[in-house]
Design a protein around this ligand. Structure first.
Ligand SMILES: Nc1ncnc2c1ncn2[C@@H]1O[C@H](COP(=O)(O)OP(=O)(O)OP(=O)(O)O)[C@@H](O)[C@H]1O
Ligand SMILES: [Mg+2]
Length: 422
């Protein structure tokens, strides 16, 4: 847990926008958002950095905005990663360093993520998470927390998430070129789930589906643990691109038409109404039936829901009809999508957005900010007891760096009493 009044910065580098949020607190429950800034960015394709210069420029801009507004100098941040290159494995490993003293200590368990990350790393992949799920003590599985237990053999099951090293490096370089150290990389739907899902949902079983601009990111929780993570390389871009391809409109005009008129609900489409759409190479706008635009949108949504269903089947979800599903991300704003998801996947659907924790400004309580807010909550709950940013003296209080003997001693004592291994 972070020290009192530590300052955290999060940067969501999305396919359509870059969003930076700065907050202060001693943990996720008392986190205050000090500043946030979002700028459009087209430096990414399907979650991957395609134009480093444009991406770095957008990052530099949002960091400047939030630094000025919060009165802090930001030199490090938690950064989100997504893309079809991200994959996972649930694996069992023996913890051969454990049990020398006969009892399992918090120091033994703290080493798990780092050790398993090293063991799971293969050429060309970068491990981002090794999340402990369950332990097996002398062959007895399903131990959630073996702290203080005695064992000769301890094994751990972890959820390991990794990404293509070159894609991840390109993202890190884009952030570093903006003068920001990457404090940690977080797979985006895991961050979104921090902001959007309740502990009860994670316990009962839930799929979070973050439909953004370039990708649809999925994470499935069962029994309070993450069991599956996946990415479909389809997002709002494809909905807009369908309009471009069908009618010859520019991306900008097609996006505008989508946001103003599209719905997947054909009952909501106006049978005899036409909408104007500017078309490249023509001096006058064309008229297209509103119903056709909605039909196009509905077909794309049906296709996407089919792809999501395939992923949920991959996740071994027993009965998708009974699954609790939370959709978030900018595209979850699409009118009719919730109802269509109920028809095609499961009745138990809700739109998710950041709401509870700390003081979240009203502007951030929208599905497009689930990842950004989630990254900040991730930072607040898992950060080492030191500030990721220092005040620049224009606003706020000075940040004491941690590391005094007394604070280290108390931190060690606390870590022996309670575990936080994520
Ligand atoms: N009312 C709406 N109807 C339809 N689409 C919408 C609506 N509002 C936002 N969107 C779409 O949401 C998308 C942006 O969502 P979001 O901000 O979550 O994406 P991102 O984080 O930039 O991308 P990604 O996470 O995929 O890398 C855009 O494609 C936009 O058109
Ligand atoms: Mg996103």
């Amino acid at each position: 847990m972070a020290q009192k009044n530590a300052t955290f910065a999060a940067i969501d580098v999305g396919t359509t926008k870059v969003c930076a949020i700065v907050g202060r607190g001693s943990g996720p429950d008392d986190l205050q958002v000090l500043a946030h800034s979002t700028v459009p960015c087209d430096g990414l394709r399907k979650g991957n950095v395609a134009d480093s210069k444009a991406t770095t420029q957008a990052i530099r801009r949002v960091v400047m905005d939030v630094s000025r507004e919060a009165g802090v100098t930001i030199d490090a941040a938690y950064v989100g990663v997504t893309g079809a290159h991200v994959s996972f494995e649930n694996r069992w490993d023996a913890l051969d360093w454990v049990g020398d003293l006969g009892v399992i200590t918090s120091d033994d368990l703290k080493r798990v993520p780092e050790k398993i990350s090293a063991a799971a790393t293969v050429a060309g992949r970068r491990v981002m998470h090794a999340i402990p799920l369950t332990y097996a003590l002398d062959g007895e599985k399903t131990i959630r927390n073996p702290l203080g237990m005695h064992a000769r053999n301890l094994e751990v099951e972890t959820h390991v998430v990794s990404g293509n090293q070159s894609y991840v490096r390109r993202l890190v370089e884009a952030v570093e070129s903006a003068g920001i150290e990457v404090k940690d990389l977080v797979f985006e739907p895991l961050a979104s789930s921090e902001a959007v899902l309740t502990a009860a949902e994670k316990q009962e079983g839930v799929a979070l589906v973050d439909i953004g601009g370039g990708t649809t990111d999925i994470v499935v929780f069962q029994g309070g643990m993450v069991r599956y993570t996946g990415v479909v390389p389809v997002g709002g871009y494809q909905f807009t691109n369908d309009i471009c391809q069908t009618y010859g409109a520019s991306y900008k005009d097609a996006e505008q038409a989508k946001l103003a008129h599209a719905t997947t609900d054909l009952y909501e489409s106006k049978l005899d109404e036409e909408i104007s759409l500017s078309v490249e190479g023509r001096s006058t706008a064309i008229k297209i039936p509103h119903r056709d635009l909605c039909q196009l949108t509905r077909e794309r949504a049906q296709e996407l829901l089919k792809l999501i269903k395939v992923k949920l089947q991959e996740a071994d979800v027993e009965d998708i009809c009974k699954l609790r599903l939370v959709i978030t991300g900018g595209t979850s704003n699409l009118p009719g999508l919730e109802a269509l998801t109920q028809q095609l996947l499961t009745n138990r659907v809700r739109i998710g957005m950041p709401n509870g924790n700390g003081s979240i400004p009203a502007e951030l309580k929208a599905p497009a900010y689930s990842t950004g807010v989630g990254l900040l909550l991730w930072a607040a709950s898992r950060s080492e007891p030191e500030a990721t940013a220092q005040t620049n003296g224009r606003n706020g209080h000075s940040e004491p760096r941690s590391g005094g003997f007394a604070s280290r001693f108390i931190a060690q004592l606390k870590s022996r009493l309670s575990l936080n291994l994520f």
